[in-house]
Design a protein around this ligand. Structure first.
Ligand code: ATP
Length: 338
């Protein structure tokens, strides 16, 4: 039995949470992988109720669980996810982008994963007013660069697809910070004989993600570049509604869609739950690896196949060119889980 904490979120968060809960319950009932889902509050609703976007009781519940699923939260997102990433040292942000059938996407045969450093760069919040200017500090350490580079090479090895890591940076301009990042990745590459290593400037990478996305396997990059490139990659394969993500640490991990709370479509049954369903699939893969649990791994595969099957049949939400509701999509996925 795995204990899963579920942050139900704001905007479309509650609808996505309902979808994923139904699917995970179906997995418990139909396939026998027991999952104890514990819904917890964080974000705008929690802030309004308790005065804290991340209440202590929520943090306690998350710490007691085996893994956390997090639906998107609204305006207070930074006070939830950035804090959780830091407190739980979730240093690797993993964002796969994969072609699904029947998508309004630009290209087929895309199967890449962006491994984004999650703890430093310009996202540490070290910003200051200096007279009439504002200054932000960019931190890149050898420790964090080495740790994320190793994660990227391990990912390429496990995927066993193109066996390639592309290190993305801008060391021709940011010579100190990105110079250190690129140098460290190149050093780590020497420990992985069977994995090819290449380097690419971030502007070239942004272009190549449109021009030839199928040429990428694993991209490793710093926090800000990874944030931007992963939204681009998501759009190339069909949009944010299809984009899952994982935040991984040494002993704990949190799984969430790449997108935000999408208030414009909240409460309308228009949200595409795939991003959150595929995040749950990543969670089961992570639990499988951590616990050497082949059943969890096979259920993860079944979830992906079910989503693949549903969109193949043209059952789709509006964002990907269909007219099905969140519930209809969810129930179709459940009908394919055996
Ligand atoms: P954030 O800054 O928190 O990432 P945002 O407001 O910039 O959030 P998102 O909420 O991520 O942007 O989404 C942008 C738009 O994409 C939304 O307004 C919505 O129309 C669409 N969108 C995002 N996620 C989904 C989804 N799961 N299903 C359908 N449409 C979505």
């Amino acid at each position: 039995m795995y204990k899963i904490s579920l942050i139900t979120g704001d905007g479309i968060g509650p609808e996505l949470s309902e979808s994923v809960t139904e699917i995970l319950h179906a997995i418990s009932d139909k396939i026998g992988l027991k999952l104890d889902i514990n819904p917890v509050e964080a974000g705008d609703i929690a802030l309004k109720k308790t005065g804290k976007a991340l209440p202590d009781s929520t943090l306690d519940a998350i710490k007691k669980s085996d893994a956390c699923l997090k639906a998107p939260v609204g305006e207070s997102a930074a006070d939830v996810i950035v804090v959780l990433r830091r407190m739980l040292d979730l240093y690797a942000n993993i964002r796969p982008a994969k072609s699904y059938p029947n998508m309004p996407s630009l290209r087929e045969n895309i199967d890449l994963v962006i491994v984004r450093e999650n703890t430093e760069d310009l996202y540490t919040g070290m910003e200051f007013d200096v007279g009439n200017a504002a200054v932000a500090l960019r931190t890149i350490s050898e420790y964090a660069s080495r740790r994320i580079a190793k994660y990227a090479f391990m990912t390429a090895k496990q995927r066993n697809k193109q066996n390639k890591v592309t290190c993305v940076h801008k060391s021709n301009v940011m010579r100190k910070t990105d110079g250190l990042f690129a140098r460290t990745c190149a050093q780590v590459a020497k420990d992985y004989d069977n994995i090819a290593f290449e380097q690419m400037y971030v502007d070239a990478c942004a272009m190549n993600l449109i021009r030839q996305p199928e040429a990428f396997d694993v991209i490793v990059t710093t926090n800000l570049f990874g944030d931007i490139l992963s939204d681009e990659a998501a759009q190339v394969v069909g949009g944010l509604g299809m984009a899952p993500a994982a935040n991984i640490g040494e002993n704990f991990a949190l799984f969430e869609p790449v997108h935000g709370a999408a208030f414009d479509i909240a409460g309308k049954q228009a949200a595409n739950p795939s991003s959150f369903i595929l995040s749950a699939k990543m969670m089961l893969e992570w639990l499988a690896m951590k616990n050497n649990d082949s059943k969890s791994f096979s259920v993860a595969k079944k979830i992906e196949e079910a989503v693949y099957g549903v969109v193949s049949e043209g059952i789709k939400t509006k964002d990907i060119g269909g007219n099905n509701t969140t519930k209809e999509f969810t129930h179709k996925v459940i009908s394919k889980l055996t």
